[in-house]
Design a protein around this ligand. Sequence first.
Ligand SMILES: [Zn+2]
Length: 178
Amino acid sequence: MGFLDQLSGKLSEAGRSIKQAGTSAAQQTKDFTDRTKLNAQIHQYEKDIEAQYTALGRALYKQKPEEAKTFAPEIVAKIEEASASIKKAQDEILAISNKKICPVCGRQNDASAKFCVGCGTALEVDPAMKQEEEKKEEEKASDKTPESSAASSDSSSSSSAPEHVTGEVVDDKTTKEA
Ligand SMILES: [Zn+2]
């Protein structure tokens, strides 16, 4: 029915303009607040999703590392590279502070310690430290020959810094920490 259709069209138009006129400043403020609130909610949900994706990737990498490698080799390579860099930096910090980590309990010990202060595990003595100690004893013993001991101290101190080869394989400990 043409007339009724026209009428209903006019009515809804009228309704729209009334509604627009009724959009008071207070209503606009409320709309703005609501939009802001909703946008904040969306942002929070997006952040939550990102965190879950991260957790999903970590779970996959931990539980099915081979599948993770097959699925996303570049990402796994970046993780392992960064983990190796972390390990290297940690080792350098230990070397600088003259400490070593117990492989059993993870406790820090003096680099010269033969046993862990935490769990008593026999600790590997750094070859460089060993040389240093032997050198000192030698120096004490051979005070009368300063030339030869000076020569040996030169050669051993230049090789005392532990050499780190960038590993493509991440050891278990680093993987667990990551
Ligand atoms: Zn220990």
